[in-house]
Design a protein around this ligand. Sequence first.
Ligand SMILES: [Zn+2]
Length: 129
Amino acid sequence: MSAGQALWRGLRGRCPACGEGRMFRAFLKVADQCPRCGEELHHHRADDFPAYLVIIITGHILVPIVLAVETHIAPAIWISMTLWPAVALAMTLGLLQPVKGAVVAIQWYGGMHGFEAAKKARAQAAHGG
Ligand SMILES: [Zn+2]
């Protein structure tokens, strides 16, 4: 189990431990435990961090595109005022769950917060008991 593997499972909304069970019981509600393997997931403290990351990611992708389009094509103002908020909304809604899944998976992998006991148990299992 690598950090990258845990991250990838989280991005896909899967349990970081088994990669099979669904991490979310609702759009942004993390399940208390994995429905497949029973790994406890309620320890996460993602808080507002996923939202900050989504703002940073969306801004870094969207701002250069907006600048390029507005400079070179200069569409009618009503198109700009309809298109860009819609694209920003779609990107943020599309990114929130994967980014939150990744944040929870990294916390789980790093044994942060209440995930510490689970990490110790994994380390013991890996070293044969
Ligand atoms: Zn699981």
